[in-house]
Design a protein around this ligand. Structure first.
Ligand SMILES: *[C@@H]1O[C@H](CO)[C@@H](O)[C@H](O)[C@H]1NC(C)=O
Ligand SMILES: *[C@@H]1O[C@H](CO)[C@@H](O)[C@H](O)[C@H]1NC(C)=O
Ligand SMILES: *[C@@H]1O[C@H](CO)[C@@H](O)[C@H](O)[C@H]1NC(C)=O
Ligand SMILES: *[C@@H]1O[C@H](CO)[C@@H](O)[C@H](O)[C@H]1NC(C)=O
Length: 365
């Protein structure tokens, strides 16, 4: 069939593909999936670039690779006994078709195998109506993905991201108990908790203490085992422009509606912890602590003369929330996202970065 084509040319045409399928790590063993099941998960999202080299790998058990595929990161994670997992997102309109689901899963499995990844983190943040065809199909998708991955990649992990509360946040109505049963665990995104502000339109914490913990007790009360819940914390905050900043630090914000709510954190801008740490000392208020929300914030004035209020999380607010993990036996902890810290050589930045990683550790008492 190949007559007329020189053999060498055929080899050269095939070679790159064979090469691409080879193990990219220095040791072939580093391409094997991780099988060890840790008692405690430290689940880290990475969004790209090379800062992962400076992460605290003594803690990390899973890195969800949300940036471009990086074989060096996969090899390194494996050398540290940590899983590297794919990102899974899909249009919910399509998944009601079982054939579509099967081909989506087959594609993801193929990708995981060719990239030597250890599973997939499914991150669907779309609107779902209660008991709609999509509601049923989403549970089926998670169940089928888990079955296929567990069968085809030994030790693989399938996880699913949920909002801070099961009470249809952002009009996401899921079969939470069904999805929790169908996968290894849920990553609870305990942040963006002002995505729907129903009361006064004022700036508030990204993840207030009480509100965050209420979310977990609601998940547990609906019958989900704490061992199926990983607490996701923010390593970023929100910078709000105040329409008015009162004497008692109430920052009125613009009305930006979101999924039925009159205002939302969309009036603000997300800022990574590293940027916040560069700004806080030069702000007009300095670092402040809000007792009701158990969260830090500060106010500053921009060059145009507008007041801003910035709400964020630091080791203090994170440790308070993390104490719940031990007290209630949750599966682990994690953050969105690990790239938000300052990994430069600067002495102060290094210390602040180290303290953020340390805040994830269970406290000895
Ligand atoms: C949720 O999923 C579980 C497991 O698939 C199923 O038994 C249950 O009926 C579902 N609940 C609803 C309300 O559809
Ligand atoms: C706006 O801020 C000023 C200065 O702090 C305060 O006196 C005033 O009551 C605030 N106005 C509103 C509508 O909150
Ligand atoms: C900011 O202030 C804190 C507390 O006073 C101090 O520890 C820190 O070194 C300061 N950071 C910078 C960048 O000056
Ligand atoms: C937080 O919850 C505790 C315990 O339920 C309660 O006593 C306290 O008033 C709550 N704080 C706020 C600001 O809601």
């Amino acid at each position: 069939a190949l007559c007329g084509v020189p053999r060498l040319a055929v080899l050269l045409l095939l070679a790159p593909r064979l090469w691409a399928r080879g193990c990219p790590c220095s040791e072939p063993a580093l391409c094997s999936p991780i099988r060890h099941r840790p008692d405690f998960e430290v689940f880290v999202f990475d969004v790209g670039q090379k800062t992962w080299k400076f992460y605290d790998w003594s803690q990390i058990t899973t890195v969800a690779v949300f940036g471009k595929y990086d074989s060096e990161l996969m090899c390194y994670a494996h050398s540290q006994g940590a899983r590297a997992v794919l990102k899974g997102d899909v249009s919910l309109k399509e998944i009601t078709d079982p054939t579509f689901r099967a081909s989506w899963i087959a594609d993801k499995l193929d990708l995981a195998k060719t990239q030597y990844m250890d599973g997939i983190n499914i991150d669907i943040e779309q609107e779902v109506n209660c008991l709609s065809p999509e509601y049923q199909a989403l549970t089926a998708l998670v169940k089928e993905t888990t079955e296929v991955f567990h069968r085809e990649i030994e030790g693989s992990q399938v996880t699913f991201d949920v909002a801070w509360s099961p009470k249809s946040i952002d009009k996401r109505c899921y079969n939470y108990t069904g999805i929790a049963d169908a996968c290894d665990f849920l990553f609870v995104m305990s942040y963006d908790e002002q995505s729907q502000i129903w009361s006064e339109c004022i700036a508030a914490a990204n993840a207030p203490y009480n509100q965050t913990l209420t979310g977990y007790s609601d998940y547990i009360r609906m019958g989900i085992s704490p061992k199926k819940l990983v607490m996701g914390l923010p390593w970023y905050g929100y910078d709000y422009t105040c329409l008015n900043l009162s004497e008692d630090d109430t920052c009125t914000i613009a009305k930006v509606p979101f999924r039925g709510a009159p205002c939302s954190d969309a009036a603000g801008r997300q800022v990574p912890y590293k940027v916040i740490m560069k700004q806080v000392n030069n702000s007009i208020s300095g670092n402040q602590w809000n007792k009701d929300q158990q969260a830090p914030y500060y106010n500053y004035k921009d060059p145009a003369g507008h007041f801003h209020q910035v709400w964020y999380d630091n080791p203090q607010s994170i440790s308070l929330k993390a104490a719940y993990i031990q007290n209630h036996g949750l599966r682990g902890i994690g953050m969105w996202n690990a790239n938000c810290l300052d990994y430069s050589e600067d002495t102060l930045a290094r210390q602040q970065t180290e303290e953020m990683w340390k805040a994830l550790k269970p406290k000895l008492r």
